[in-house]
Design a protein around this ligand. Structure first.
Ligand code: MG
Length: 315
């Protein structure tokens, strides 16, 4: 019996680097992305088309997409690069850059949405519906992130009804995929199962849902496994766990891609990703940033390499 395979949506170049203090030069970002592509990742969120002043780490969006387009066609033929888009102006920049997919974002929590983008949920929806409509007309693939689906740092519990209302509107406006975000890593497995079942019962097709888990409290991998068992096929992750929790400095953020690939592949679930090549990309990321990164498999891999190197020296 073959198990349903998994598609991984890699977020490290955007979601990871956005939360780093350092600004990584475009050429080094392009090198990291090339290594991610070489590992077999086929969907990579590379940047954000927010106002450059807001996020200096990603101010080079157009330049970076231009660099990626210069890679040999045979290496990226099956790859789609994605960019985050906050509004209509951002969409125009994304279209000009030639990127293949865009993602919009808003929150299921009114307070979080207000603090994050200074709009009410209603105002966000109106803007995003327009962005999704135009993006679709222009032939881009689209995904709509919903933050705080499994809990909000300000409001606590978030009703699944709020998520369903937003997801239905995003789908109607042209989103190919709805991404359920556990923005501060509050979710737990049985809750994940409940929320996904509620959305599916409410008319959100399971094959158009994706999940974005954070490991802030150590539940990300358990949540991912649970989501897979109830039929989710697309999982966001970040190499080496790049990108901390924006609300708690020093805490873990994105689920590490290596950890997820290891778990799925060892269970016989195909991810299309070569774990060794991916771990090398993680090593490159750690070298680039000059610090230890939180991914578990990443740390194991670094340790094993160090042991091998010291054995080689002592012989
Ligand atoms: Mg994230």
């Amino acid at each position: 019996m073959s198990l349903p395979s998994v598609r991984i949506y890699e977020v490290s170049p955007r979601d990871g680097l956005q939360n780093e203090a350092a600004v990584v030069p475009s050429a080094e970002k392009a090198e990291l992305i090339a290594r991610l592509v070489a590992s077999g990742l086929a969907d990579i969120e590379v940047t954000s088309f927010v106002r450059p002043r807001w996020i200096p780490q990603l101010a080079d969006a157009a330049e970076l997409v231009g660099l990626l387009a210069r890679a040999p066609a045979e290496t990226t033929a099956a790859v789609r690069f994605w960019g985050l888009v906050p509004n209509r102006v951002g969409l125009e920049r994304a279209l000009e850059s030639g990127i293949g997919g865009i993602a919009t974002f808003m929150s299921a929590s009114e307070t979080h949405n207000k603090k994050n983008v200074n709009r009410t949920i209603r105002e966000s929806l109106a803007g995003i519906e327009e962005v999704l409509g135009v993006a679709r007309e222009e032939g881009l693939r689209t995904r709509g992130y919903i933050s705080c689906v499994f809990g909000c740092p300000y409001e606590g519990e978030v009703a699944a009804e709020a998520t369903l209302g937003i997801a239905s509107k995003l789908l109607a406006a042209g989103a190919d995929e709805i991404v359920l975000g556990d923005t501060t890593g509050m979710g737990t497995p049985l809750q994940v199962e409940r929320v996904i079942a509620f959305l599916a019962d409410g008319g959100v097709p399971i094959d158009r849902m994706a999940v974005h888990f954070h490991d802030t409290r150590g539940t990300a991998l358990a949540n991912a496994l649970t989501a897979w068992r109830v039929g989710i096929g697309t999982f966001d992750a970040s190499v080496a766990g790049l990108g901390g929790c924006p609300y708690a400095p020093g805490a873990a953020g994105n689920l590490a891609t290596e950890d997820m690939v290891y778990m799925f592949e060892q269970m016989g679930v195909s991810t299309g990703v070569d774990l060794e090549a991916l771990a090398d990309a993680g090593e490159y990321a750690a070298t680039l940033l000059g610090r230890e990164l939180p991914g578990r498999y990443h740390q194991y891999h670094r340790g094993a390499r160090r042991r091998a190197a010291s054995r080689a020296v002592s012989r």
